[in-house]
Design a protein around this ligand. Structure first.
Ligand SMILES: Cc1ncc(COP(=O)(O)O)c(C=O)c1O
Length: 356
């Protein structure tokens, strides 16, 4: 049985969180002289002189309607990167504990672990980019606090087999963090509905991808009430600013636009895959459940440099283990994708280029 008290850091268990002015008085009043704000306003058209709601209730209420999860099971962060960091700070003792990572995967898990002085135990994905469950079981010891699974996975694009994640959730005594940053593009079901089933599940999502709000920095963690309470205790008091809260709330009222973009992205993804298959330098294109594709090529660095010269930036992942020769390409607008294909055509027709 999962027991949060067995994995919490002792100092966090005892932590008395900062109590902000906005925590101490929650009602409506006519005069606020409690938070040392500037009572005159802001030198802007919109007033931001008041501190934001520390627990972002309005945004969570709207998210709760969309996701079918009560607000008490939602944590909001300054991007899901902040949720990752707060998880480390809440559950992992620096210099003592470890986490399991399954590369190739999203790089921030390792960076966050390193910042927090937490050992990372890496168990490579299999050749088909799935979990090596035996390897993971061998790597776990009594100091293993979290396992990070990214599904759909960045940079490979595929979803991780659901039954394998369920095996981990059932057998691991620490937290299984399922990062669903790209779930809106996926054919797979979210794990959010499993929160009542697994007390050790944390699902990460973000408004940075399908929702088109990367600049606002709003990320989400969904988990049991007791896990969310810990994360709220550890986070900085005003971690999601007022402008982001207001704009996120407004954007969350516009699901239709986002759904149309998702459909268009998937159409564009299929089209791009077909076009890329025609190039001699493309060896393989991995199946994607995300808004990017991983493409194995005969010469990733040269192709990358050629595209940079044309003003087109993609991601060279060829130095990443299991991604040798690979480029990661985000799906753009139809016009951007066409520019990409045209730029690549110059490579494929040697007489037009000095590429080879
Ligand atoms: C798998 C994954 N998780 C999380 C993030 C970061 O999301 P956010 O912008 O919410 O911090 C990214 C960004 O690239 C990502 O690829």
């Amino acid at each position: 049985m999962f027991d949060i008290n067995k994995i919490l850091r002792p100092n966090i268990k005892k932590l008395v969180p900062y109590s902000s002015a906005r925590d101490e008085f929650k009602g409506e009043a006519s005069v606020y002289l409690d938070a040392n704000e500037n009572a005159f306003g802001s030198p802007l058209d919109t007033a931001y002189n008041r501190y934001p709601d520390p627990l972002q209730y309005k945004v969570k209420k709207r998210l709760s309607e969309i996701k079918g999860v009560p607000p008490r099971n939602i944590f909001l962060g300054n991007g899901s990167d902040e949720a990752i960091d707060v998880l480390f700070r809440s559950f992992c003792n620096p210099g003592v504990d470890n986490v399991i990572l399954v590369p190739p995967t999203y790089g921030m898990y390792e960076v966050s672990a390193n910042i927090n002085d937490i050992e990372t135990r890496k168990v490579l994905l299999t050749e088909d980019y799935q979990l090596n469950l035996e390897g993971i079981a061998e790597a776990i010891d009594e100091h293993t606090k979290m396992i990070f699974i990214c599904s759909p996975n960045n940079p490979t694009g595929n979803s991780i087999n659901r039954e394998d994640v369920e095996t981990l959730l059932t057998n691991f005594k620490g937290l299984v963090v399922v990062d669903e940053a790209y779930i809106n593009f996926s054919r797979q079901k979210t794990f959010i509905q499993e929160l009542t089933e697994y007390a050790n599940l944390v699902v990460l999502q973000t408004l940075s991808k399908a929702w088109g709000l990367a600049g606002l920095r709003v990320g989400m963690a969904f988990a049991s009430e007791e896990i969310i309470e810990v994360l709220n205790k550890v986070k900085p008091p005003y971690n999601v600013n007022e402008a982001s809260q207001q704009l996120a709330l407004e954007a969350l009222g516009n699901i239709e636009t986002v759904n149309n973009w998702i459909k268009e992205t998937l159409t564009q993804r299929d089209k791009l895959v077909l076009q890329l298959k025609n190039f001699d330098f493309v060896l393989d294109i991995y199946p994607s459940d995300a808004n990017f594709i991983l493409v194995k090529t005969t010469g990733a660095k040269d192709i990358y440099n050629h595209l940079v010269q044309q003003g087109i930036i993609i991601r060279d992942r060829s130095k990443v283990e299991l991604c040798e020769g690979c480029l990661r390409i985000t799906i753009g607008t139809p016009a951007e994708n066409e520019l990409l294909i045209n730029a690549l055509k110059i490579i494929n027709e040697p007489e037009k280029s000095t590429f080879y």
